[in-house]
Write a protein that binds this ligand. Structure first.
Ligand SMILES: *Cc1c(COP(=O)(O)O)cnc(C)c1O
Length: 386
C-alpha cells in the first residue's frame, strides 16, 4: 500500500526557503557549511573523492547555490560566476572570432561596453535594435550567420519589455541562440528558459542575493552541450567562479527571494501610480503601469510580478534631476538594484558620457521599506529641487 500524503511536491517558494531542504549528511545541520579549502586531498588510491580538485573548479557551497538557482529556473544546469559581468564576459569570450551578435542599442552599460570592446578589436560583428522592438530585432538578425541574440528584458534604463517567446522564434528561425538578461525580473517571476531562451543570464548581485553585499552572476540552460562545457572551462581557466563565502551569502539571501520580490513589486506599483501625473515629473517608466508600452507582455511574462525597477523623467534640467537624487533622505544615492534598501541614481552620471540616456532620468530600485516613507521622501526631494 502506498504511504498516504508522501508525494506532494512543495512549491518553488517552499523549496527556495529551505535551500532545497538541505541537510548535512555528517552533522544534520540544515544550513550548508562554507567550504573554504583551496585544494582537495585524493583518497588512498590517489583518486579524487569528489568532482573537485582545486578552488577554481568551484566547490560544494557554490554547487548548492547553483542547484537552488537551477531548480528555480527549471534548468538542467546553472553556473555561478564572481559577477554578472564575468558571466556575461564568458558568453562573449566563447563566441567564435568574427561572430555576428545582435544586441539592444541601449542596455546595461557594462555588457554594452564589453561588446563594444570586442567589436573595436575586430573580434565580433555587432548589429543593434531598439529594446522591445521585435521588427528591428528581426531585421538585424542575419539568417545562417548570426550566432547570438542578446535580449535584456525589462531593459535598462526605460524598462522596455521584449516578448521572450517571440524573440526566441526570431533567433531560432535564423539559426541563432537567444540569451535573456532578466536581472530585473528574477526567475520567481520570469522563467526565461520555459519561454524559449537558450541561455538565461542573471546578475545575482541584484534580486537573487538581495542584500547589496556581494557580486555574482549566473548562467542557466537546458542544453548542456559543448558550448556549455566551454563556459565551465572559461570560468575555470579565468578563475571567475563564485567563491564559497559569497555563495553562502547568496544562499542565505535567496531564501527570502519570494518575500522580498513580492514586497518590492507591491511598493513599486503603489509608488508608480502615485508619481504618474505628479507636477514635478514628465513621465514614469514602469512595466507595471497600464500606460507603459510593454505592460501587456510584462503582465504575461511575470504573472503580474513586475518587480521594483522604475525610472522617472524629472521636469526641469539635468541639474534638477541630480538635485532630486541628492535631496533624498531615505533612498540611498547609489547605483545597483534589487536590494532590500531603496536606491536612486542619476543614470547619465553613472553610465558616463557617450551613453544614450535622457539627462533628466532617475532610476529607482524599490526595496522593502515602508512605501509611505519612500513616497514622502520623493515628495520632499521633488519639492526642494524644483
Ligand atoms: C548589474 C547588471 C549586470 C552586471 O552584473 P554585475 O553583477 O554588476 O557584474 C548585467 N545586467 C544587468 C541588467 C544588471 O543590472
Amino acid at each position: 500500500m502506498a504511504k498516504p500524503g508522501s508525494n506532494r511536491r512543495p512549491s518553488p517558494a517552499t523549496r527556495i526557503a529551505q535551500a532545497l531542504r538541505y541537510i548535512d549528511e555528517d552533522t544534520g545541520a540544515i544550513i550548508p557549511p562554507i567550504q573554504l579549502t583551496a585544494t582537495y586531498a585524493r583518497d588512498a588510491d590517489y583518486k579524487n573523492r569528489k568532482p573537485y580538485y582545486y578552488k577554481r573548479d568551484g566547490g560544494p557551497t557554490t554547487e548548492q547555490a547553483e542547484a537552488v538557482i537551477a531548480d528555480l529556473e527549471d534548468a538542467a544546469d546553472s553556473l555561478l560566476f564572481s559577477s554578472g559581468m564575468s558571466a556575461a564576459s564568458a558568453v562573449i569570450e566563447q563566441l567564435a572570432a568574427g561572430a555576428h551578435v545582435v544586441i539592444p542599442r541601449v542596455m546595461y552599460h557594462g555588457v554594452l561596453m564589453q561588446f563594444r570592446r570586442y567589436e573595436a578589436k575586430g573580434r565580433l560583428r555587432l548589429s543593434t535594435y531598439d529594446a522591445g522592438n521585435l521588427d528591428q530585432m528581426a531585421a538585424a538578425v542575419l539568417r545562417g550567420d548570426t550566432a547570438l541574440v542578446w535580449a535584456e528584458t525589462p531593459n535598462n534604463p526605460d524598462w522596455a519589455v521584449t516578448d521572450i517567446a517571440a524573440a526566441a522564434k526570431i533567433a531560432h528561425d535564423a539559426g541563432a541562440l537567444l540569451l535573456t538578461d532578466c536581472t530585473a525580473t528574477p526567475p520567481c517571476a520570469t522563467k526565461a528558459l520555459a519561454l524559449g531562451a537558450d541561455i538565461s543570464f542573471h546578475s545575482a548581485t541584484k534580486y537573487l542575493n538581495g542584500h547589496s553585499d556581494i557580486t555574482a552572476g549566473v548562467l542557466s540552460t537546458n542544453a548542456t552541450n559543448a558550448m556549455w562545457e566551454d563556459f565551465f572551462e572559461i570560468r575555470k581557466l579565468q578563475g571567475t567562479v563564485l567563491q564559497a563565502f559569497d555563495a553562502w551569502l547568496l544562499l542565505r539571501g535567496m531564501r527570502t527571494l519570494f518575500l522580498r520580490y513580492d514586497r518590492s513589486t507591491k511598493s513599486a506599483v503603489t509608488l508608480a501610480h502615485h508619481l504618474e501625473g505628479h507636477p514635478g515629473i514628465v513621465s514614469v517608466l514602469y512595466p507595471g503601469l497600464p500606460s507603459h508600452p510593454g505592460h501587456e507582455v510584462a503582465k504575461r511574462q511575470t504573472g503580474g510580478q513586475y518587480g521594483g525597477m522604475l525610472s522617472i523623467l524629472v521636469k526641469g534640467s539635468e541639474q534638477t534631476a541630480i538635485d532630486v537624487a541628492r535631496f533624498c533622505e531615505v533612498f540611498f544615492p547609489a547605483t545597483s538594484l534589487g536590494g532590500v534598501e531603496s536606491l536612486i541614481e542619476h543614470r547619465k552620471t553613472v553610465s558616463g558620457e557617450g551613453f544614450p540616456v535622457d539627462p533628466r532620468l532617475l532610476r529607482l530600485s524599490i526595496g522593502i521599506e515602508d512605501v509611505a516613507d519612500l513616497i514622502a521622501d520623493l515628495e520632499q526631494a521633488l519639492d526642494r529641487a524644483k
